[in-house]
Design a protein around this ligand. Structure first.
Ligand SMILES: [Zn+2]
Ligand SMILES: [Zn+2]
Length: 355
């Protein structure tokens, strides 16, 4: 009988560890050998000994951390190409979260575990779609693991933004969006929704947009948003990191309409407390329906939940006849939430969400 994944894939203080392979997956601190699912800061830390990731993730880590800072030895592994690490067969499969994001599939002595990293199931023009892999244990996130979280179609959210731009042609629309993934997806969505004019970028967003374009993701005409040219930005669409939309930088724009693109914009009180005039519910994480559908599709007898709202998802897994387990891994935040700290008293989310 194949060994149970619990005997070879372990939760150590340093993170999720594949013992026979001798590697960690997305460890929160430097380790001798790491496999990285994607380049968001809570999954990709600098300073490992050996690091393995998809070519796109490696390139994005170089942009974020500085060339070669992710690890002393760096190895890229394209999707679907298996390698063997000390007897463990390992391959990467698209996770649909951001460019380069990968699920890590591992097989040891006939036992198969898949670590999804962060993922979503809806189409995203800036990255390859999630590919389900049948397995014995599926390790999933649960960032939006409550039935109240249902993301509307993202293209409709982009169209709402363009409606507002047409309604207020003299105002500057400034949209807070996370620098890696959300920003480029929002640009691609605006192009799909029919906006072919320039899109202006806060300086912090420019290097990652350039990296996406180098890797073959066209984003159309992008211009730096210099607040000095205030008049020029009247009627413009300006993208900025979430932390910049509330500060003086944004207030100096022409009568700004402050927007934020995040799955958390489903929670109206969050948008209100942050002074967001136009909340856009756009998320790179699976919503409740996507999470539940994924459990059915990969059809693993066991579901391990890394972080997020694990209780409801574990309950749903158990109702499907699967064993659920909360790993409670530390160190993972939610990139969507960077610069948008939780509203005090909001942690009892269930009671306060406007569904
Ligand atoms: Zn992520
Ligand atoms: Zn994450």
């Amino acid at each position: 009988m194949p060994p149970h994944p619990e005997t070879w894939l372990k939760v150590l203080p340093e993170g999720l560890f594949c013992e026979p392979g001798g590697f960690f997956i997305d460890p929160p601190g430097p380790v001798p050998r790491a496999i990285i699912t994607h380049a968001h800061a809570d999954h990709a830390r600098p300073g490992h000994g050996a690091v393995l990731a998809s070519p796109e993730t490696m390139a994005l880590m170089d942009v974020r951390m500085g060339e070669g800072r992710s690890g002393a030895q760096r190895q890229v592994l394209p999707y679907g190409e298996p390698i063997t690490l000390d007897g463990v067969r390992v391959w990467l499969q698209p996770a649909g979260h951001v460019l380069g994001s990968a699920q890590v599939a591992m097989e040891w002595q006939g036992s198969r575990a898949v670590v999804s990293g962060d993922y979503k199931r809806v189409a995203d023009p800036t990255c390859m779609g999630f590919e389900p892999i049948a397995c014995d244990v599926f390790v999933t996130e649960a960032t939006f693991g409550l039935p109240v979280f249902r993301h509307p179609p993202a293209l409709g959210e982009a169209a709402r933004l363009l409606d507002s731009v047409r309604l207020f042609p003299e105002r500057t629309h400034v949209i807070g969006c996370y620098a890696l993934g959300k920003c480029q997806r929002l640009i691609a969505l605006l192009r799909q929704a029919g906006w072919d004019g320039p899109i202006h970028l806060h300086g912090a967003l420019i290097p990652l947009c350039q990296a996406y374009e180098r890797m073959g993701i066209p984003l159309g005409e992008l211009r730096p948003a210099t607040v000095a040219a205030k008049a020029e930005l009247a009627g413009a669409i300006v993208l900025a990191p979430p932390s910049a939309i509330a500060d003086r930088w944004a207030r100096r724009l022409a009568d700004p309409v402050v927007c934020l693109a995040s799955g958390w914009m489903r929670v109206r009180q969050r948008a209100k407390a942050k002074g967001i005039e136009l909340p856009l519910v756009i998320s790179d994480h699976a919503d409740w329906d996507e999470l539940c559908a994924t459990l059915t599709e990969v059809d693993a007898p066991e579901i391990w939940v890394t972080h997020g709202r694990e209780e409801a998802l574990i309950h749903a897994a158990e109702q499907q006849g699967r064993r659920g387990r909360a790993l409670r891994l530390v160190g993972y935040g939610d990139e969507d939430d960077a610069g948008v700290e939780a509203v005090p008293g909001e942690t009892a989310l269930g009671g306060k969400v406007v569904a």
